[in-house]
Design a protein around this ligand. Sequence first.
Ligand code: SAM
Ligand code: SF4
Length: 324
Amino acid sequence: MLDQYGRSIEYLRISVTDRCNFRCVYCMPERGLDWLPKPQILSYEEITEIVRQLAPLGLRRLRITGGEPTIRPNVETLIAMLRAVPGIEDIALSTNGVRLPAMATMLRAAGLDRVNLSVDSLRPERIAEIARRDLAFDPVVAAQAATDAGFDPLKINVVLMRGVNDDEIEDFAALTVAHAWHVRFIELMPVGDMATSEFANVVPSDEVLARIASRFGTLEPTDGPARGNGPARYQRIAGAKGTIGVITPMTHTYCDTCNRVRLTADGRLRTCLYGNHEVNLRDPLRAGEPLEPLFRQALADKPKEHELLQLRVGGLKALSQVGG
Ligand code: SAM
Ligand code: SF4
């Protein structure tokens, strides 16, 4: 199904909870948020019904996200239900990895195809500082658990913050030499608590790649992992098993190839990460109305690009204009 700019929309990111066992500095306030009351949250049956109605319109790939999806009880049940929807080809999950060593095998058995692990540091005390929670978590153990459970490709997402974790760029890159893992450096988006931070906290991806090349030698271009939905561009250290990717929401636009929409935990279909383009699917679903017209309406309104891009032009002053 095409949106108003001719982009084919086949990828849905499903948030199954707004809660999290971390409080990452760039994502959530330390005190947490006003959590959604349970009755407002879509049940697994409701999520599956939405996917069932959108699949005939061209929906092919799903990502389970949040909040932290692994803290919603029995999330593997949802995965098994979504796996059974005709037309769905690929189901991935984004996680901070804390519960992955305990859950990886079960998630794989339920039909999950892929895992993306969010890791911002390899140093225990720094992980606790960025996540503002000390859960004695070792990301390399979590990544290995995912690999051992059969998740392939395994992508590791690193949000870089200048002066916070950018001194670990080379350590993350070194992981790809020994492991067939795909490390992706994501440019910090100044939203939430980080909205007050300076644009200078963003580490541009061109700088990231230059630093890796100066340590490991010229990087080779590569197509990256065979399966994936996203906007990352990939390169490889000579002889490495894995790849290095960059995701550049701040310095290079990729909105023109955007293939995705999002479903919030309380059932709003959002057609852009930022901005207020959304349609309530939950109430019509609960009233027994068909969702197709709402989906068509949502795609007709999908914006050309996200509002954060204005920051590239407007600088820091524009932060307030996007509402923080
Ligand atoms: N809790 C799961 C996790 O951390 O992977 C799933 C949800 S989390 C919101 C999804 C991704 O968004 C993570 O990779 C996280 O690093 C990224 N993210 C959150 N806030 C961000 C920001 N301000 N800038 C860039 N990436 C951000
Ligand atoms: Fe946000 Fe994910 Fe960090 Fe939780 S783990 S605070 S959802 S980025």
